[in-house]
Design a protein around this ligand. Sequence first.
Ligand SMILES: C[S@@+](CC[C@H](N)C(=O)[O-])C[C@H]1O[C@@H](n2cnc3c(N)ncnc32)[C@H](O)[C@@H]1O
Length: 218
Amino acid sequence: MKNHNEKAKFQYKLFAGVYDLMDLLFVTRKGNPRLGLARHIPNEELSILDVCFGTGNSALAIARKNDKNKITGIDLSLEMLAVARRKIKKKRIDNITLHCMDATHLDLQQRFDIVTTSLSLHEMPPAVMEAAIGEMSRVLKPGGSLYIIEWNRPSHKLGAAMFNFFPYRFEPRGFGDFLKIDWGAQLKKSGISVDAIEAYTFTKLIIAHKTMDEQTNA
Ligand SMILES: C[S@@+](CC[C@H](N)C(=O)[O-])C[C@H]1O[C@@H](n2cnc3c(N)ncnc32)[C@H](O)[C@@H]1O
C-alpha cells in the first residue's frame, strides 16, 4: 500500500494542473457519469463521503444541484485537493469539507448515508482496492448507498477502438483484468449488494447498498 500511495502522490503532483481535461470525454449531459450520479442523489440533509476526491468533479456535480447535502471529500494528493479547493471557492460552494487522507485508513468520526468514488479503484492494485472498498463499507451506515463510477469499454467497435487508445493505454498494468471484475461478487465480500449498473460514455455507474453492519452483524 505504501508503494501505491507514493506512486499516486507523485503521479497526481505532476498531473493535477491538467487533470480536468479528461472530463472533455464527457461532452454530452446524457453521457456524463458525474451528472448521472448527481441525478440519483436527492437534495436532502444527507451525509456524503467522496473517496479519492481528486479535483472534485463528481462531488461538485452533486453539490451544485444539492445545497442540503453535507459532503466530505478525502484524497491523498495535496495538489489535487488544492485544485478542488480553488474550484469550490470559485463556484461559492459551502457544503464540501476536504481532508488529505488514505482511502485504506479512513480516519473519520462519523458514518455516512452515502459513499461515492469515481475513477479511482482501477488505479489501485487488487489488495489496495479491496482495503479501500472495505473502508468505504465500514464508514457507510447500514442500508446506506454506495455509488462507484468506473471505466467501461463500449460494446460497439468504434467506441471500443477509441477506448483502447484512451483511457486504456494510459492505465496501469492489470487494467484489462479490472474491466472484467464481477462487481456483484466483488462488493459482496464487503457486505455490499449491487442494485443496478448504468452505462455512460466510456464509464458505468454502479449503484449498490450496504446490506449488513460488520460490527453488529445487523
Ligand atoms: C483518477 S483520479 C480520480 C479523481 C476523481 N475522483 C475523479 O473522478 O475525477 C484518482 C484519485 O485517487 C487518489 N488516490 C489514489 N489512491 C488513493 C488512496 N489510497 N487514498 C486516497 N486517495 C487516493 C489520487 O490522488 C487521485 O486524486
